[in-house]
Every structure is written in structure tokens, then in C-alpha cells.
Design a binder for this molecule. Structure first.
Ligand SMILES: C[S@@+](CC[C@H](N)C(=O)[O-])C[C@H]1O[C@@H](n2cnc3c(N)ncnc32)[C@H](O)[C@@H]1O
Length: 299
């Protein structure tokens, strides 16, 4: 089996099984307030995600998958398991809870702006290298969209040295991003001519899937990173930081801490992009508003 088919099989993994716990009616199990309170507190402490009462049903559904994998009878057994195996299980608990919705060219005005304003500006400044950070990158569509935007811009120009750092707290999405295999309909938003330059079309067993070409994968570096950590391990600063559709889940304090860190990591002439429903108003005055959801460092 090729690596491409293994990835594809894993993506299409069925959730049904012969696990006896399923047949005994695990689906009827309810997450009681005590357990909900516990998991909610752990998730908030570890990744800053605030889960309101309204999210109880969502958490119940998401954790059920993990209960099945561990063959557990109820949520209190899983709670005890988390307490006893905290350092190894916390990653799996977080993976269950994160919301990873993303798309290629999501909020496409950002990539148009990069192409028409940011990259010409950087070119004029004579930048020899570009460092870009997709913070909260989910399954990789965002960092690969950045890569495609850059490759397209520099097609007939001198290409600087480009590195894109793609980070997320969820280890499963990072793994998927690293492999760079996507269902064909997901790349429908990309013009066929452009897609041909950056994707390999799956054949036979891989029909219906596309894989990002190696030269594109080579400039994108996926790493697990919790944006709520006090300090980050990166040594270099960035020309562009994208943190889109991530801070909506954070409380004000966590947002303030994060943007103070972004300020430290952004070059003076760098750009910061946030999600369509996010704003820095009331969080920080260290960035100047350029255009809706696009900011530059205030000097
Ligand atoms: C809704 S997705 C957004 C993906 C992409 N930025 C986009 O806009 O299409 C939010 C991502 O943020 C990640 N995330 C949530 N809390 C995080 C944290 N504390 N540190 C790092 N990543 C986090 C989630 O795992 C998820 O993949």
C-alpha cells in the first residue's frame, strides 16, 4: 500500500465498530454536570477555550469517540482516567474538543491583499527571505493557501527564501496537514490551471483525492504549539502572522497575552491577519488598523 493510500484510508476511517460498549447502548450515556465541569475547567486551563453550558451536548458527542476507543462505560470512568494519566491523555482530550473548520482560500480577500499589497511592498523593500506563521493552522489548508499565493506571485519574479510555520494545539490536524492529502471537492475553489501546478491528482485507489506537491510541502513546517504558552520556542521573527478564527474561543485575558506575544514576533514592517469576525479593538493598541481584519505593527 502506498503512503498516499494509507493516508486516504485513514481519512475515510469508519466510526462504527464491534466494540461491545457500543452495543450496550453507550449512545444513550449522558455527560452529567460534575464531569462537564471537570472537562470544561481542564480545557480552559490548558488551551484557553471557554466552553459555555450550551456546549455540553457538543462535548458529550466529541468525548464519546474517545470513550469508544478506550472501551469505557461512562464519562466518570474517563474523568478518572484523565486524572490518572494526565500528561499522556491531555493531548487526546484536547484533540477531541478543538473545532478545526477550515478551507483553502477561506476569507479569500486576505490572499488577494497579500498578492496585491503585501508582497509588492516586501519586494520593493528587497526582502531576501520571508517568514510567515499560520497560528492555529488546523489541517493545513491555510498554510498551503499562503504557499500557493506566494508561489503564484513569485512565478515570474525572483523568489526570496520562504518558510511557513504552521502550528496548532491539535496533534491530529497537524499530522493531516503534514501529509497534505485532501478530498477533490475541497480544492474546487482553486482554478484548475493553478491546482495543476500545486496538487497531484490521485489515480486508481486514490481517485477522488489530491496531494500537495512535494516542493510546496517542503516550505511548510508543521509543529504542535499551544498559543497560550507564556513563551514560544521560535528564534526568528515573522513578516506575516495569520491567526484566524482562533481567538474567538479565548477569553479577553488570553487574547491580550497572545497579541503581546505576536507583537514581539512580528517585524516592524510585518502584517497581522485575524478572522472575519475577530478584531483587536479593546484587546491591544499595539497594532494599527489597515483594513478590516488586517493590521500592521504600531511603532
Ligand atoms: C476554526 S480552526 C481555524 C483554522 C484556520 N486558521 C482558518 O481560519 O481556516 C481553529 C484552530 O485553532 C486551534 N486552537 C484552538 N486553541 C488553540 C491553542 N490554545 N493553541 C493553538 N491552537 C489552538 C484548533 O485546534 C483549530 O485547529
Amino acid at each position: 500500500m502506498t503512503e498516499f493510500s494509507r493516508i486516504k484510508n485513514a481519512m475515510g476511517k469508519s466510526t462504527s465498530s464491534n466494540n461491545p460498549v457500543h452495543r450496550q447502548g453507550l449512545f444513550a450515556l449522558e455527560l452529567c454536570d460534575r464531569e462537564f465541569g471537570f472537562f470544561r475547567e481542564v480545557i480552559y486551563r490548558e488551551c484557553g477555550i471557554k466552553l459555555t453550558e450550551m456546549k455540553k451536548a457538543l462535548m458529550q458527542a466529541r468525548l464519546m469517540k474517545r470513550l469508544r476507543e478506550l472501551n469505557m462505560k461512562d464519562y466518570s470512568e474517563y474523568r478518572d482516567y484523565v486524572i490518572e494519566n494526565y500528561s499522556s491523555e491531555i493531548v487526546n482530550l484536547i484533540n477531541c474538543i478543538t473545532t478545526n473548520k477550515t478551507d483553502f482560500f477561506r476569507e479569500s480577500n486576505h490572499f488577494d491583499f497579500m498578492h496585491s499589497v503585501v508582497l509588492p511592498e516586501f519586494e520593493k523593500l528587497g526582502k531576501k527571505s520571508l517568514r510567515i506563521w499560520s497560528a492555529g493552522c488546523s489541517t493545513g489548508e491555510e498554510p498551503y493557501t499562503i504557499a500557493i499565493t506566494l508561489f503564484e506571485y513569485f512565478r515570474d519574479r525572483r523568489m526570496p527564501d520562504i518558510k511557513i510555520l504552521a502550528t496548532d494545539i491539535d496533534t491530529q490536524v497537524i499530522e493531516k496537514g503534514r501529509h497534505g492529502v485532501y478530498k477533490a471537492d475541497i480544492i474546487d475553489v482553486i482554478e484548475p490551471e493553478v491546482a495543476k501546478r500545486y496538487f497531484l491528482k490521485g489515480k486508481d485507489d486514490n481517485e477522488g483525492f489530491f496531494r500537495i506537491k512535494e516542493f510546496v510541502r517542503d516550505i511548510v513546517y508543521f509543529r504542535r504549539l499551544n498559543l497560550l504558552d507564556e513563551t514560544f520556542p521560535m528564534k526568528r521573527m515573522f513578516d506575516i502572522i495569520l491567526c484566524r478564527n482562533v481567538i474567538i474561543y479565548f477569553d479577553r485575558e488570553s487574547q491580550k497575552k497572545l497579541f503581546a506575544n505576536f507583537y514581539r514576533y512580528l517585524h516592524d514592517d510585518g502584517y497581522l491577519f485575524v478572522g472575519h469576525s475577530e478584531t483587536l479593538t479593546g484587546i491591544t493598541d499595539k497594532f494599527n488598523f489597515v483594513k478590516n481584519t488586517i493590521y500592521k505593527k504600531a511603532l
